[in-house]
Design a protein around this ligand. Structure first.
Ligand code: AMP
Length: 245
């Protein structure tokens, strides 16, 4: 099977990859990079933000609870998010690994994830155990002003999910998706006021995860200020190195 990244066609990998975590502030490019890695290895991208937004749109019980919290730029309570992730990890497409984008976001979520992976591991055969081995953590480091421009300029296609940026990567026709002609949308939490709350939540609650994962020796830092392809190349090479160990 083949998957297309932004610059090349690559063979989808058949190996068991295990869990990968994308760590970084809002606007660092976690979603974009997670998509490329997911395509390359043939594993699912699990974006807690996307799952929550879908629940909000469908007005589920979870969505109703999460809506106002997300619109303020705060974090949804750990218990709600962990239950949601627990259900997702049990799905069949996680059989050779998965990439978490936007989770964990607190030390409590990270501790929960470690315990959850351990629990799943205990009931598995060898391949299943490798699929939920301790995670590899890819940390995207991006300069603050760059983050602000990426977030305020971000637009996405509601039909195909393609992400644009009005400053760095505009569509050919303003406000219209190049691929399917849909009208591009801006996320409700990508306004300046909410962005500053989200970045505050990141500094206070998520940044401590760097120490948490550094202690495990499985944290890889990548300079996220580079072009998308350069970041992707560094991440894929980091993953290859970890797998060779
Ligand atoms: P994102 O798309 O990752 O920027 O997430 C959008 C919003 O969803 C965040 O600002 C939070 O309100 C909520 N959210 C996403 N992931 C989590 C998480 N792991 N824990 C708590 N809240 C989350």
């Amino acid at each position: 099977m083949e998957a297309r990244t932004s610059s090349a066609v690559v063979k989808t990998d058949q190996r068991v990859v295990g869990p990968i975590i994308m760590l970084g502030p809002p606007g660092a490019g976690k979603g974009t990079q997670a998509k490329l890695i997911a395509e390359t290895y043939g594993i699912p991208q699990i974006s807690t933000g996307d799952i929550l937004r879908d629940n909000v749109a469908r007005k589920t019980e979870l969505g109703v609870k999460a809506k106002a919290i997300m619109e303020r730029g705060d974090l949804v309570p750990d218990d709600l998010v962990c239950d949601m992730v627990a259900d997702r990890l049990l799905m069949a497409d996680c059989y050779k690994g998965f990439i978490l984008d936007g989770f964990p976001r607190t030390v409590r979520q990270a501790e929960w994830l470690d315990a959850q992976l351990e629990k799943i591991r205990a009931g598995q055969d060898a391949a299943g155990r490798a699929a939920c081995a301790p995670p590899i953590v890819l940390r995207l480091v991006v300069e603050y002003n760059q983050l602000l421009q990426r977030l305020t300029g971000r637009r996405s296609c509601p039909t195909c999910g393609l992400i644009y940026n009005v400053y760095f990567q505009p569509p050919k026709v303003q406000g219209i998706c190049d691929v399917d002609g849909s009208t591009l949308v801006q996320r409700r939490d990508d306004t300046e006021e909410v962005i500053s709350e989200r970045l505050k939540a990141y500094e206070q609650l998520t940044l401590p995860l760097v120490d948490y994962y550094q202690a495990s020796g499985r944290l890889v830092e990548v300079n996220g200020d580079q072009p998308v392809d350069a970041v992707a190349a560094q991440m894929l090479s980091a993953l290859e190195n970890v797998h060779r160990l």
